[in-house]
Design a protein around this ligand. Structure first.
Ligand SMILES: [Zn+2]
Length: 121
């Protein structure tokens, strides 16, 4: 006796009976599946996500020790996009940090930046 692997509808998880290449139990589930795929991440969101991840890796590469001082133009040269960051933190001392995920920096006087890294919890 041959055991065929049981297949389930991709949407409602109902057991599928019939053709081996079936993915949905009904036309309704097929429609729901294609509709929700269409509503997935828009190109703008994808673009910004890419920029944030690129910013993060630039900061990470320039900051191997966890604290590095460099100039703003050095970040520009690497292709850093100053328009996008994930969050900002203002310390009690009044210093403002911008972060791309766990990698961040504070802009000091003139063109200087202090790169920092947020502690992982
Ligand atoms: Zn279904």
């Amino acid at each position: 006796m041959i055991h065929k692997p049981k297949k389930n509808c991709k949407v409602c998880d109902a057991v599928l009976i019939g053709r081996a290449d079936k993915k949905f139990c009904s036309d309704y589930c097929r429609a729901v599946f294609h509709q929700s795929n269409k509503e997935s991440i828009s190109p703008l969101v994808q673009e910004i996500s890419k920029t944030l991840l690129k910013n993060r890796s630039i900061l990470r590469a320039l900051n191997p020790t966890g604290k590095t001082v460099l100039s703003k133009s050095q970040l520009h040269q690497k292709g850093y996009n100053f328009m996008y960051h994930t969050h900002s933190i203002q310390t009690k001392a009044g210093n403002l940090y911008h972060f791309c995920f766990e990698e961040g920096f504070m802009i000091t006087e003139q063109d200087k930046l202090v790169l920092v890294r947020q502690e992982q919890k």
